[in-house]
Design a protein around this ligand. Structure first.
Ligand code: SF4
Ligand code: SF4
Length: 377
């Protein structure tokens, strides 16, 4: 059954908290950035209603289940406790022993494609596949690896609820009859031309044990071959998983690309459903580990420039946080395309992108770039 997202939720041209105009940013969030930041108690109910509606249509739980008699999942910040008839917030794991044992571990809801290198990857400007950095240990060539492929692995689930999700269509297949793929089936997709595997989605987090198993089996099957293991993630895994994820990228020449979606916790809650405290903590831990390999970098950050809400002041604070950890961590600022619940928003303006670039540099970061330039207006 094809589910069409109902689109923009409600068209108000003014902020429902303070009454200021929303014409410049888009009206579907219903609350202006200032009220989200400074009048959260008045904004919260409206914002939470938007999130609830965006999940109900896909039959996803409105909040992480917390059933005292249920089975626990400790993969991410939510630590869901699910009764037998319940599923976790991500929609992957149910509260039965069988599901906890195998879903996202021995089998995954996942699809893949082969992406010719150099590819339009968040990290291609600094990574071995896009630049030859780390040759000959981690790259097959001194420059872009023409003739090789990234095995792009798309996980069809997520544990956040970003209202701007650029890949929200996975929620439609999640709501349909699930198709599962075994670890062995995905390992088989690696071939002689594969030089990196990139896990993204959705997010790899709800199916992290599966991704780790695939990576370990691939590395065992092809000893000595360059196959970099890379991740694009919102960074909200339980901290207990950080080391295993990091080690795979570190040893293979790959990288972890963490999408830091906002600095202000209320802006993060409004846009993504939850605050960012643990995400920033996780990033800090990754940065400490990443000091061991700066070139090619094992850790990168990116931020989507959502008009009005993720502005230069947000970026300045995020960039200051990153720079205090290591000013050489690469940071990509990404142009926004109107999607999912924020489909009435404009694309990022050139002026906003340039102000954010300037802010990131002023904060002390030395490697900053604007991605998705074609989207800027
Ligand atoms: S998947 Fe990794 S190695 Fe491949 S292009 Fe992207 S960042 Fe570079
Ligand atoms: S991975 Fe899914 S089931 Fe596990 S804690 Fe996170 S949201 Fe809940």
């Amino acid at each position: 059954m094809l589910i069409k997202y109902p689109g923009r939720l409600k068209k108000n041209s003014i902020c429902l908290v303070c009454g200021s105009g929303l014409a410049d940013v888009g009206a579907s969030l219903e609350v202006c950035p200032d009220c989200v930041r400074n009048r959260w108690e008045e904004s919260q109910d409206r914002i939470e209603a938007l999130h609830a509606r965006s999940r109900r249509v896909f039959q996803l739980p409105l909040v992480p289940p917390d059933n005292a008699q249920g089975l626990s999942c400790t993969l991410c910040i939510h630590q869901c406790r699910m009764g037998e008839q319940e599923v976790g917030y991500c929609g992957i794991r149910a509260g039965t022993r069988e599901s906890i044992r195998q879903d996202g571990r021995l089998r995954a809801r996942v699809s893949h494609y082969y992406d010719p290198l150099p590819t339009n990857c968040v990290a291609d400007w600094v990574c071995p596949g896009g630049t030859g950095a780390g040759y000959p240990l981690f790259a097959n060539d001194r420059g872009p690896e023409v003739g090789y492929y990234n095995l792009a692995v798309f996980f069809e689930a997520c544990n956040l609820n970003c209202l701007f999700c650029q890949n929200w269509q996975f929620k439609k297949s999640q709501a349909a009859v699930p198709e599962w793929q075994s670890v062995e089936a995905l390992v088989e997709k690696v071939n002689s031309e594969t030089s990196c595997i990139c896990y993204f989605g959705g997010d790899p987090i709800p199916q992290l044990p599966y991704a780790i198993k695939v990576s370990e089996q691939v590395r065992e099957k092809y000893p000595g071959k360059i196959i970099r293991i890379c991740w694009e993630t919102n960074g909200s895994m339980h901290p207990a998983w950080l080391k295993r994820v990091f080690r795979l990228s570190m040893e293979s020449g790959g990288c972890i690309k963490v999408d830091l979606k906002a600095w202000n916790p209320n802006i993060h809650r409004a846009l993504c459903g939850f605050d960012n405290r643990q995400i920033l903590e996780n990033f800090k831990r990754l940065a400490q580990m990443a000091a061991a390999r700066k070139d090619p970098p094992v850790l990168l950050a990116s931020t989507l420039l959502v008009p009005g809400y993720v502005d230069d002041s947000e970026v300045f604070q995020l960039a200051s946080f990153i720079a205090a950890l290591d000013p050489d961590i690469p940071y990509a600022l990404l142009g926004f395309a109107p999607q999912f619940c924020l489909e009435d928003f404009p694309t990022t303006s050139i002026a906003q992108a340039e102000a954010c670039m300037d802010a990131a540099k002023r904060a002390g970061l030395r490697r900053v770039r604007i991605g998705n330039r074609h989207l800027l207006h």
